[in-house]
Design a protein around this ligand. Sequence first.
Ligand SMILES: Cc1cc2nc3c(=O)[nH]c(=O)nc-3n(C[C@H](O)[C@H](O)[C@H](O)COP(=O)(O)O)c2cc1C
Length: 214
Amino acid sequence: MALQLSTDELLTTTRTVRKRLDFEKPVSRQIIQDCLDLALQAPNGSNLQQWRWLVVDDPERIGRLAALYNEAIAEYSKQYIEEGFSKAPGVDPAFDRMNESVAHLAENLHRSPALVIPCMPGRMENAGIFDQSSQWGSLLPAIWSFMLALRSRGLGSAWTTVHLHREKEAAELLGIPEGRWTQAGLFPVAYTLGNDFKRAPRKTAESVIRWNGW
Ligand SMILES: Cc1cc2nc3c(=O)[nH]c(=O)nc-3n(C[C@H](O)[C@H](O)[C@H](O)COP(=O)(O)O)c2cc1C
């Protein structure tokens, strides 16, 4: 059933949900398909709609993807620390909370009712900026619409990309033709525990706008 949210509420309270995903409650294929039908109204280059949405609801495959995700996160965390992005515990409580939440999702990902992997055609390792922008720009708006549609129905997701450190292995597992498709991320889908999500602290528009020039 749809939540009674205004457009502004929907746009400001659709969060990355990790600790409040309900891993116990089943999610029907129909609701995922309904949310994707809404998401596919998003803009995309020349209206080619060259996307493929892998929806994984087989527990065995979810478990294997979750294992790849955990391998990737272990590797990425090392790199993150080495490159100086990490902060010592206690220095920044918001950073600590995010890390705890990231760890919770990683530990529980295998319990997700479904995982969605949006894909776009081609590889962009050597692509120019026009091709990159056109390709990503033809998929990312639909992904965000998918998250909004989930939220509007009492479900949630988390935007994640870390499994792309194991993209090849995930492609093998799911039979994605080698070298011909790019995975954009991995999105757990579940009902949320409660619906009272909040607006996040963000930079103000005023602080980042430059009117009429850099
Ligand atoms: C491109 C991108 C990649 C992300 N990758 C991950 C990820 O791999 N794992 C994760 O737990 N969260 C990931 N996140 C979620 C961010 O940490 C989250 O969006 C950010 O902390 C702000 O929180 P909010 O979305 O609730 O406002 C990612 C978000 C984006 C947009």
